[in-house]
Design a protein around this ligand. Structure first.
Ligand code: KG4
Ligand code: ZN
Length: 329
């Protein structure tokens, strides 16, 4: 019975997870507080996490009808993320773990995004993951559970970051992704946008695409913002589908996992699953694509399966509990 805590960016979340069962998944979103600055303000994020973390944890326990004494482990996101924001979750996890005398499981946030897909069906290895969030864009080859070989990475901006920046150019609020998706429904894919480093299987690049949209918005043009949003979104889907097909030429895989906040986008999910004919595609349910603690609990359950005898989980108080088992570094 794992209490999971996630505070890596602008969502304060706590969940109770038992094996692969999610008993609760509470979330306080700070988005409205950051919106007027056009992006996440790290210092504000830390303070807001500290304000609500106790309440969010209590609420997760009560929704799951679980008491502190029932918990066997505390899982917490230990990175990557905003340093100060992470510290709030880690401090809460440490306090509880020390009081309850149970181990902490430090969880890599990206592993959480991947294991959120387990809720949609069984993971069939070997598989290729496409992870696209506000901070990362990667293709990862997984031969088996908890084996991560990064086969492509972004050279510049993350995919979600390009959504957020393009949204700003179109006068849409932060976070840009959902607003672009909504606006794109009223537009047509009519603008030709670049597809940088198209033939490089090991790299993504989104900054050129972003700059192309900027130059377009600053030029004399006849397109509506909805057309620009639709064309940008389509280009991103095309880039992702293309890089995935290159990866599948080089790696034999039984499944493709799409995960991270960008795959909350129904249009992009649709384009990619249509283009991957043959390969089966699995995506977390919408509410588990963006940051949440349940995904951290699911990854922690996997760590436990593999490393439950590891001294690491017993010696849980070293360096704020943020050291990974060596095998996962
Ligand atoms: O995974 P996530 O919640 O947080 C990080 O780990 O970064 O991803 C957040 C990112 C933001 O950049 C946001 O604009 C993007 O995911 N996003 C979307 C959509 N919903 C969130 N991008 C495109 N379409 C969406 N519907
Ligand atoms: Zn995330």
């Amino acid at each position: 019975m794992i209490l999971a805590i996630e505070t890596s960016c602008d969502e304060t979340s706590a969940a109770v997870v038992n094996g692969t069962d999610i008993l609760s998944n509470e979330l306080y979103s700070q988005v409205k507080k950051h919106q007027r600055y056009g992006g996440v303000v790290p210092e504000l994020a830390s303070r807001l996490h500290a304000d609500v973390i106790d309440y969010v944890i209590e609420s997760a326990l009560s929704k799951a009808s679980v008491s502190l004494g029932d918990l066997t482990h505390i899982a917490v996101t230990s990175g990557p993320g905003l340093e100060g924001a992470l510290m709030v979750g880690i401090a809460a996890a440490q306090t509880l773990a020390n009081g309850l005398k149970i181990p902490i499981i430090p969880v890599n946030h990206l592993h959480g995004h991947i294991y959120a897909a387990e809720v949609s069906g069984e993971l069939k290895f070997p598989l290729v993951v496409c992870l696209a969030s506000g901070g990362h864009t990667q293709l990862i080859y997984m031969k088996e559970d908890l084996s991560f070989e990064i086969i492509a990475n972004t050279m510049d901006d993350a995919c979600g970051e390009s959504f957020d920046k393009v949204a700003r150019m179109l006068d849409l609020p932060y976070p840009g992704g959902p607003h672009i998706e909504l606006l794109a429904k009223d537009g047509e894919v009519v603008v030709q946008l670049p597809h940088p480093i198209k033939h490089k299987p090991e790299a993504f690049s989104f900054s050129g695409l972003k700059t192309a949209v900027l130059q377009l918005t600053q030029s004399d043009h006849e397109y509506s913002n909805a057309d620009i949003a639709a064309s940008f979104q389509h280009t991103v889907a095309d880039v992702m589908a293309h890089k995935l097909s290159l990866a599948l030429d080089n790696y034999s895989a039984n499944q493709v996992v799409l995960c991270g906040g960008v795959f909350a986008n129904q249009y992009i999910r649709g384009v990619i699953s249509d283009r991957l004919d043959g390969a089966s595609c699995i995506v977390p349910p919408l509410h588990l694509c963006t940051d949440n603690a349940a995904m951290i609990g699911l990854a922690a359950a996997q760590y436990l399966n593999r490393f439950s005898k590891s001294a690491h989980f017993i010696e849980c108080n070293t360096r704020l509990g943020v050291d990974f088992p060596k095998e996962l570094q």
